[in-house]
Design a protein around this ligand. Sequence first.
Ligand code: ADP
Length: 191
Amino acid sequence: MRIILIGPPGAGKGTQCQRLIELLKVPHLSTGEMLRAEVRDRTPAGLEAATYMDQGQLVPDQLIVGMVNRRLQASDCRGGCLLDGFPRTLPQAEILDDLLERRAMCVDGVIELAVPRDELVRRMLARKREDDDPEIFANRIASFEVQTAPLLDYYSRQGKLASIDGLGTADEIFERVQTAVKRFARAARGL
Ligand code: ADP
């Protein structure tokens, strides 16, 4: 299955992704991690991306799309994958649908981890990671609300969205994630 996990920064996507890849036995495609590897290796793409990432802004779509497309073509993604951090804009979602359609594939389901903004800020202040400068964190939330939130509508219209409550323990949230995955699996079998 091809599943997308969407959530604002600090929603707890990382924890749920780890559990989900163990359950589904599919590769975890995190564009944040791919970009950080490019930055570390000081590739041209990485150097360009860093100027946006340092400000909490999204990197340009064309930089991301090539990277994801190459990854999606790898043989380990044939049986499915978990997309984390991509797509993040409407153009990215449309391009992804195109790329998959050309290979007679599709997105099976999209899980939104919904967490209210004041809770995100509270968590950010509590964990204080070095990339959690309050101003930059605010930029990341703003880019989620402005650029990424419209995707929820896009996938909802396709009947593929499962919005789940991102408050609670990691176990409770994973229960909700599994319920969503079962629904996607039934839909994929045409039930
Ligand atoms: P977050 O903690 O905000 O979920 P990620 O680890 O997914 O962050 O990504 C880190 C940064 O990488 C983002 O703030 C953004 O600058 C960039 N990035 C990751 N994925 C994308 C994408 N699909 N489109 C544009 N920029 C991206």
